[in-house]
Design a binder for this molecule. Structure first.
Ligand SMILES: [Zn+2]
Length: 546
């Protein structure tokens, strides 16, 4: 070890920027046996026994962080004898501060797949005008905004404009092209489009459903009238200096809805994940579409409509994501990476209940763990949104399950669950035994993998490989493997590519070069410190809450 050497300046680059020869993405294999044979009751001595008895001529297989060696799979639909396919969306009209601040409100939000809180902005006297287009232009006119160019359609239509056949048919795939502009320029577009559309649609209400679908096709015989629109999305409001007044206004919200709070998993990440533990803004004209998705790692989301126009929402309970996943595949679009707008009839045919509702200005939508949702603007409006992670077993399990599913699909988990779990163990006292057990299991799997990897390196490479200490700096983002996009926790396999130092996981480093030539291994935590955190993470008994 050479602790005196200057730190290696690792860069994070989009893997797509590298030439193909460096990249051969493979699907990770999870081996069942070693996982099920390892229970969380094993203490540190047992961990070291595993360490000693394992064969180290072959690299350790990547561990699963799902208990009992469960393999994540899209769930089968629940079997109910009768089912309401068009359920009423849970909503509350809040009138007093006591109601807004009561613990029952959080309980309500995390008991339904999706819900609307009306009146909350009034009760809290939230000045939503701070997020109006006028204020935004006054505050940061040159701030960057991502633009999605889309076709304006009724919310229950998604026509295939590439087909060139009449009548047009509805499809799931909904592609849009991406570009960038500034808040000031988008604001100008938003205002012009208002004048334009009001003039054009003088005698016709905007975007009312055409209701002329026959067997999923439209009687429309021309595409010439289809308007192209621009949706201003993912405006980053994370900078506390630039957006101090706006961000400060949101601290009026009750703790469980705030961007930051001790009880929010995402406040323990230690760095900013744009749009998750920071606020993002959306600027819309009628028809602006957010395609179907679940939040990153199935976390909850909060969305407030700033107005002046309305938004229309569609939401499906977490337990039906497997059905939607299958429908996506049938329709030739990837559930995780693709862009899709569900055909409602397909969902009803598959017995999937869909919540459908209008979000008025000032309404807060709470999207619970794993809820699949898609949104379309009815009028001209801005929205603000961020994620929260309630510290519950249900949320934690859904997050780690999606983490494993993402791994199987070589899809990046924006929430670094291993890093987060170590931070949670360090920072939080957990009194829910199920949650405690799950967190302890993840820690033990992580420790085991680190120990097996170190043993493998020692026995296979000995002094031929450099293992250096490079502790994490504060606010340092987590490292992801440049090849497979998997979170690389603690042991970073660093190699120089095109004069830049990039990080790989052990598997990809070995796949690239079995001899690990010119690879330096950096460790970011001292093993004994991790063992101490593991040992000290004990179930804490909450006072009896009768
Ligand atoms: Zn990798």
């Amino acid at each position: 070890m050479h602790p005196a050497k200057p730190p290696i300046d690792i860069i994070r680059i989009d893997k797509r920027l590298l030439t193909n020869e460096h990249l051969s993405i493979k699907t990770k294999q999870i081996k069942l046996e070693p996982i099920s044979s390892f229970s969380i009751d094993k203490n540190e001595n047992e961990l070291s026994k595993i360490h000693k008895h394992s064969s180290s001529s072959t690299p350790p297989t990547s561990v699963s962080y799902l208990p009992d060696g469960r393999i994540p799979t899209p769930p089968q639909p629940p079997k109910y004898s009768s089912i309401n396919l068009k359920p009423t969306t849970p909503s509350l009209i809040l009138e007093t501060l006591d109601e807004v601040m009561s613990p029952q409100l959080q309980h309500y939000c995390i008991s339904h797949p999706i819900c609307v809180l009306r009146g909350i902005s009034n009760v809290l006297k939230l000045d939503l005008g701070l997020f109006s287009t006028k204020s935004l232009v006054e505050t940061q006119p040159d701030h960057q905004i991502e633009v999605r160019t889309q076709r304006q359609q009724a919310s229950d239509e998604n026509f295939d404009f590439t087909a060139m056949t009449i009548p047009l048919k509805n499809i799931w795939k909904c592609e849009s092209s991406r570009s960038y502009t500034t808040i000031a320029k988008y604001a100008q577009y938003q205002a012009y489009s208002y004048n334009d559309m009001i003039k054009d649609d003088f005698n016709e209400p905007l975007l009312s459903s055409t209701n002329n679908l026959t067997n999923g096709t439209s009687k429309k015989n021309s595409t010439s009238c289809v308007r192209t629109i621009k949706f201003g999305t993912n405006v980053d409001l994370s900078d506390e200096k630039k957006w101090s007044i706006q961000l400060n206004e949101l601290t009026k919200l009750p703790l469980f809805l705030r961007v930051q709070s001790a009880g929010n998993l995402l406040s323990h990440i230690g760095y900013t994940i744009l749009g998750m533990n920071s606020v993002q803004l959306y600027m819309k004209v009628p028809g602006s579409r957010t395609p179907g998705h679940q939040e990153n790692n199935n976390l909850c989301a909060i969305n407030i409509n700033i107005g002046p126009g309305d938004c229309e929402w569609f939401g499906v309970d977490h337990q039906y994501w497997g059905v939607i996943h299958t429908l996506c595949e049938k329709n030739g679009v990837n559930y995780l990476t693709g862009s899709w707008w569900p055909i409602l009839e397909d969902l009803y045919d598959a017995h999937v209940p869909v919540y459908r509702f209008i979000q008025k200005p000032g309404d807060l939508v709470f999207i619970n763990t794993g809820c699949v949702h898609w949104v379309q603007a009815i009028g001209w409006c801005n929205n603000i949104a961020w994620n929260v992670g309630p510290l519950t077993y249900t949320q934690y399990y859904a997050a780690i399950e999606r983490y494993e599913w993402n791994k199987l699909n070589s899809y990046k988990s924006i929430v670094p669950m291993i890093h987060l779990t170590w931070n949670i163990a360090r920072n939080i006292r957990v009194s829910d035994s199920q949650l405690h057990e799950l967190i302890k299991f993840i820690l033990s799997q992580s420790l085991k993998y680190i120990q097996l990897t170190l043993k493998y390196l020692e026995e296979q490479f000995g002094s031929n490989i450099i293992i250096r200490k490079q502790l994490r700096t504060s606010n340092e983002p987590v490292h992801y493997c440049i090849t497979c996009d998997y979170e690389v926790f603690n042991l970073l396999f660093v190699k120089e590519i095109d004069r830049k130092h990039v990080v790989r996981c052990l598997d990809c480093a070995l796949q690239y070069d079995k001899q690990l030539e010119n690879v330096v291994v950096l460790y970011q935590f001292i093993l004994d410190d991790l063992k101490t955190i593991y040992d000290q993470f004990q179930l804490c008994y909450a006072p009896n809450m009768k």
